[in-house]
Design a protein around this ligand. Sequence first.
Ligand code: FAD
Ligand code: NAD
Length: 402
Amino acid sequence: MNKPKIVVLGAGYAGLTATRKLAQKLSPEEAEIVLINKHNYHYEATWLHEVAAGTINHNQARYMISDVVNPKRVRLIYDTVVEVKTEDQRVVLENSEVEYDYLVFALGFVTNTFGIKGMEDNAFFIQDIDSARIIREHIEYKFAQYSSGESTDESDLTVLVGGGGFTGIEFVGELAEKIPELCKKYDIPRNKARIINVEAAPSILPVFEEDLVAYAKKSLEDRGVEFRIGAAISECTEEGFIVGEDNELIKAGTSVWTGGVMGSPVLGKSGFEVFRGKVNVDADLRLPGSENVFIIGDCSWTMDKETGKPYPPTGQLATQEGAHVAANIKNALYGLPLTDFVFDNKGTVASLGISDGIGNILNGVKLQGKPAAAMKKVVDDRTLLVVGGPKALLKKGKYRPF
Ligand code: FAD
Ligand code: NAD
């Protein structure tokens, strides 16, 4: 009998964890494992706001997949997934095709513009290493142009961030560190450079309690971040965002949209039923009606049975789902029942720059300031260890013992 072939799509938190766990749980005689990813590296999507601001180098936020997955055990294919054909158990890639017996679909998120006019063409997105890197370069280019006299438009020194959820707020926190540095480097008075966050809802970061939100807002304002709260963005032009009921144009040299995410467009292309950008999966993480296709991480909604609502899509959730899928595939191979996924929420922390943050951990312990920032680095390092193993932690960890 042929060995079962397990194909994992995507080497993000979900896919890389699933692959490494499968390789640990199954011997080469029990199953063939294939991992397909667009690039030869895994990146820390949760650090992309730092790459975009330039507070860390993009190389710190990525590591080679072949450093943490044994290529002799797992066949590594670096190619772009175009479509999944479930009817004949086949994945179409840009350059070839791969058949599977079991499929783990973990292609992650892309930015969702909700069809807002001009957003695709004129705004920058924080969605992978390259898109984040371009933002850092663009901001610095605008500062250099102004400094050399090539531009005399002071709004070129404005960075406009649309969306005051986690990504938008963590990004302005990093900008509050980086912009003063750029002002010094290009000899520009600090008060000429602006960082503006625009949020449609009545509050930024609605996940947190009011006192933590108030702390975050004041801390960022004290470091020069301006807020336009309760102001919806209706359009993005080459000049900036059109905001609020009176259609005010806020001009900026750099406009970044952080207003939301959705699952990979490959879901829709493959004919999966998509709700608000993702697939509703069964409690065992399988595509409804399918025996052998699992959809995890930011590509699926997984229901919290206690609240009846889906868990918010996070790296923490994606990692736990990756581990669960590996266990369920092993069960399936041996004809054992699959188990339901239950999320073990370890808490939430948002950074507000290098040494500030807010958080809720361990069922209700609130953190703010330096302890929250330290906790965020602990979480970042723990993720490196859990997803990539000791080698990833030693090479890319934020706390370095030597
Ligand atoms: P991803 O991390 O998106 O990985 C998908 C992988 O698939 C990537 O390697 C990608 O290159 C690859 N891929 C995509 N399309 C294709 C294709 N067509 N073909 C081949 N390969 C492909 N969550 C937290 O829990 N804590 C945080 O602090 C946190 N901070 C965040 C900060 C930012 C700036 C952002 C944007 C998100 C943050 N999140 C955080 C959310 C978290 O990053 C996501 O929930 C998580 O990345 C989802 O993991 P994933 O494995 O599903 O997908
Ligand atoms: P989000 O959906 O959480 O936030 C988007 C924000 O943009 C919302 O506050 C929304 O009201 C606002 N918005 C939407 N349309 C708008 C408009 N037209 N004008 C102005 N504002 C508008 O998206 P995100 O911040 O990118 O986060 C995506 C996911 O990643 C979330 O599930 C989040 O939990 C996770 N994440 C977690 C962390 C963390 O744990 N530290 C960090 C980043 C992201």
